[in-house]
Design a protein around this ligand. Sequence first.
Ligand SMILES: [Zn+2]
Length: 125
Amino acid sequence: MCGACRYTTEATAINVRACHCRTCQKASGAAVYARVLVPREGLLLAGPVGWYNSSDEVRRGFCTRCGSTMFSERISQGVIGLTLATLDEPHRFQPVEHVWVSEMQPWLRLGDGLPHHAKNAPSSS
Ligand SMILES: [Zn+2]
């Protein structure tokens, strides 16, 4: 939001998902966390990124100046989720499936016709 943190990558997206799990809700402060997953290698980061381990597997990256949620990194798999809303051109990516709808906020209605999974997507990464 403030522009202090910037990132770039030329990697091909691994997948694009909207996650409804409670941890993503808390980390993002929103009902849904939409992110594009890319390889960690090749991602260039600049700026005051802070990290918080939200589980043994995942750490969340945020701007320490304005607090914007920017990343969800799964270190053991070498992948990192880029919050769609923080992209310079967020329209370039759209989620292709919903995951963890078992924890979806009850007021939310999915009308996009995309596949949705109670927990992780099959063959999830
Ligand atoms: Zn999640």
